[in-house]
Write a protein that binds this ligand. Structure first.
Ligand code: NAD
Length: 350
């Protein structure tokens, strides 16, 4: 399959590119290379004949049109986005530019491409719009999100993703574009930029720095190993039903405190030091503004219709992830120039 991947130099996008190339697909990765991108995450596919890279902004209509023309894709997996909730609280504009205008630009380019693509390509074409469970807002202590859950985004990030989802569905309804929306729960794994909870905690634990936990650490997230998400997206691009929505999750609900404690214990085990336990570095800090209490996903539809299931338990995935960061200092050390572990997202508190 020829696939145009956007945001392929990011955390999930690079896992998608590695997975597609490994199984023999032809990938064109279109990425603007923002602070969150890292071409080092693509080292194992960079020289593969099935992989090409084009640096471009998905909101740049001419560049995106040229990418379609050059690659002649049979599917799009659209991951390019601004993704960090805390950054969206401090400055929402890039979130609107990429997650809304960028998605609009890509939908228009896909529509134009389908208008001139050869019939066999047009017939099987799928546009996979990658989104998040955060568009549904907060859950109480019970229940899970499913494909019928109403949209109630809380943060500028989740509102911008929700806007992108609505555009994608409207392009399906109005223009018959074969769009599929995939809303996934929190991902973790290798190659994640260290502003996010798990890699941030690993690096702080390793360096013996204070580990901040928002509120009392009671917020619950449903965690999925990134390579399981990449497999799900590949399966959707290949066999998903156009017009459908799929929720993707790992059936692994954990409080933030439980996640942070588990990371501390793994760092103690895998990088022992004589001094105190890493758990002693944990400190509670003021909650993030608008922080949703709980997310949990019912992934029944994708399990039943595409035969997908997570392959990796949270415990195994977390162990692999901590071991990966311990072994790959050359990947994360240079990122300190872009982000040094400081707290973000306090604009709403000021
Ligand atoms: P990331 O921040 O690690 O990477 C985003 C990538 O998009 C970067 O390589 C960046 O350079 C690129 N990008 C940003 N703006 C761009 C633009 N205007 N044009 C082209 N490229 C641009 O993100 P991630 O965590 O890998 O998330 C990927 C997608 O998956 C996003 O759409 C996100 O909303 C969604 N998602 C993420 C999670 C998660 O837990 N990380 C969960 C569910 C859904």
């Amino acid at each position: 399959m020829r696939v145009l991947v956007t945001g392929g130099a990011g955390f999930i996008g690079s896992a998608v590119c590695r997975h597609l190339v490994a199984r023999g697909d032809e990938v064109l990765n279109v990425d603007k290379l923002t602070y969150a991108a890292n071409l080092a995450s693509l080292a194992e596919v960079a020289d593969h004949p099935g992989y090409r890279f084009r640096r471009a902004d998905v909101a740049d209509a001419a560049a995106v049109a040229e990418a379609f023309e050059r690659h002649r894709p049979e599917a799009v997996i659209h991951l390019a986005a601004e993704t960090h909730v805390d950054r969206s609280i401090d400055a929402a504009r890039p979130f609107i530019d990429t997650n809304v205008i960028g998605t609009f630009t890509l939908l228009e380019a896909a529509r134009a491409w389908l208008g001139r693509a050869p019939a066999p390509i047009a017939r099987g074409f799928r546009f996979v719009h990658v989104s998040t469970d955060e568009v549904f807002g907060a859950l109480g202590p019970d229940g899970r999100f499913d494909e019928t859950s109403p949209y109630r985004p809380s943060s500028p990030y989740s509102a911008s993703k929700a806007a992108g989802d609505h555009l994608a569905r409207a392009w399906a309804t109005t223009y018959d574009l074969p769009v599929i929306v995939a809303n996934c729960s929190n991902n973790y794994g290798p190659y994640q930029f260290p502003e996010k909870l798990i890699p941030l905690t690993i690096l702080k634990a390793l360096e013996g720095r204070p580990i901040p936990v928002y509120g009392r650490g009671e917020n619950v997230r449903d965690w999925l190993y990134v390579e399981d998400h990449a497999r799900a997206l590949a399966a959707i691009a290949e066999a998903g039903r156009p017009g459908e929505t799929y929720l993707i999750g790992g059936d692994a609900e954990r409080t933030n405190l439980a996640v942070v404690e588990a990371v501390c214990d793994l760092v103690d085990e895998l990088a022992p030091r004589a001094a105190a336990r890493r758990r002693d570095l944990i400190g509670f800090v003021a909650d993030r503004a608008g922080y949703d209490l709980r997310y949990a996903v019912d992934a029944g539809r994708i399990r039943a219709s595409l035969g997908w299931a997570p392959s990796c338990s949270f415990e195994d995935g977390l162990r692999r992830t901590v071991a990966w960061y311990l072994a790959r200092e050359e990947w994360w050390r240079p990122l300190a120039g872009r982000y040094a572990g400081e707290r973000l997202g306090q604009a709403a508190v000021a």
